[in-house]
Design a protein around this ligand. Structure first.
Ligand code: KG4
Ligand code: ZN
Length: 344
């Protein structure tokens, strides 16, 4: 069985072909156009998706060595994300499924990040997390602590009340004058920095919720005040600033995971989403799991950020359940904006 996955929820146009859970191709076209604006410009993103979608799907099929008439279904991200961007993947998937007369499967982007752990690379069948597992999903748009009972039974234990963890990385990078997306850049600078040199205040919310906007503000004021004294403050301290900011974000994330351990029956801990590429977070979560005798599952680096293989595997599990959608299905920007009849 071959599934074509399509991802276009933000600023990456991606298409992948999988055979059951094995990745045959996973093509990602990023969008450099946003770099000069320091963040994603929705209108430019949708236009770039329109330019990219046909060559990206074509390349994915060619690399997989699969003809379009061999596909069993098309899975596409239908939300949450930028509506204009989602619409490109949604319309393309519908048109292609209609032409080929094959089933159409809608995928929730966040579920796809989690289910990326069920993908295999050719020639390798790796261990999978066992249900129920605890999953920290951290990306540019989301920060969620989930108890995953089944492929599609994901219970939210906590989440951010304002900025997402990836946003905190990106905004900190912007304050330091670093390019977008800032997370990988901060990660690189942090490797040679002292994480204890500066301390930034973290909001401690009760329960398992997160807040990152206070951290961003305290970082902004700290930098602004120090620049008044020394205009070269950023250049002279860039490594320690990146390491200290990264440390604060990681501490906030891991504190709640540790707290969640107390009440969870889960033995396996899973990290998902773009920020799961962060080397400091991967180390901290591995150490946390070791101390609490849990098994840790880190996604391979090429499956951390947005990609269509994770969409395809989510589509595969829905295909097995016969969960298909009609051509009238509309994209949704947030989970709460999803129409009840549209839930899958
Ligand atoms: O999952 P993703 O590709 O898109 C969303 O669904 O949002 O995540 C993108 C986010 C960006 O905020 C980016 O800065 C962050 O993931 N990111 C990182 C790293 N690599 C990507 N953050 C910290 N360290 C990294 N190495
Ligand atoms: Zn994502």
């Amino acid at each position: 069985m071959y599934i074509l996955g399509i991802e276009s929820s933000c600023d990456d146009t991606s298409a992948a072909v999988i055979r059951e859970t094995t990745i045959l191709s996973n093509v990602i076209a990023g969008q450099k156009v946003h770099a000069e604006y320091g963040g994603v410009v929705p209108e430019l993103a949708s236009r770039a998706h329109q330019q990219n979608i046909i060559p990206v799907v074509d390349t994915a099929l060619k690399r997989a060595g699969v003809g379009k008439e061999e596909l069993s279904a098309i899975a596409f991200t239908n939300g949450p994300g930028l509506l204009g961007s989602l619409l490109v993947g949604n319309s393309f998937a519908k048109a292609m499924a209609y032409t080929l007369q094959i089933p159409l499967v809608q995928v929730n982007h966040l579920q796809a990040h989690v289910l990326a752990h069920f993908l295999d690379k050719p020639g390798e069948v790796k261990a999978k997390p066992q249900f129920p597992f605890l999953c920290l999903t951290v990306s540019g748009g989301h920060t969620l602590l989930l108890q995953v009972n089944d492929h599609f039974d994901m219970v939210k234990l906590g989440g951010t009340i304002d900025d997402a963890a990836g946003e905190a990385f990106d905004k900190a990078a912007k304050i330091l004058g670093l390019p977008y997306p800032g997370g990988p850049v901060i990660d690189r600078y942090a490797k040679d920095g002292d994480p204890t040199r500066f301390s930034f205040s973290i909001s401690h919310l009760p329960g398992l919720d997160y807040s990152f906007s206070g951290l961003k503000t305290s970082f902004l004021y700290f930098i602004r005040d120090n620049l008044k004294e020394n205009p070269n403050f950023i250049e002279e301290n860039i490594h320690d600033l990146a390491a200290s900011m990264q440390h604060a974000i990681i501490k906030s994330l891991t504190d709640k995971v540790r707290k969640a351990f107390k009440d969870t029956p889960c033995k396996d801990i899973v990290l998902a989403g773009g920020v799961s590429a962060n080397s400091g977070l991967r180390e901290a979560m591995t150490e946390l799991a070791r101390r609490h005798r849990k098994n840790i599952f880190l996604p391979p680096l090429d499956l951390t950020t947005d990609n269509a293989a994770m969409v395809a595997v989510c589509g595969y599990f829905k295909y097995l359940r016969g969960e298909f959608v009609g051509y009238d299905v509309a994209p949704y920007s947030s989970d709460s904006a999803q129409k009840p009849g549209n839930k899958a």
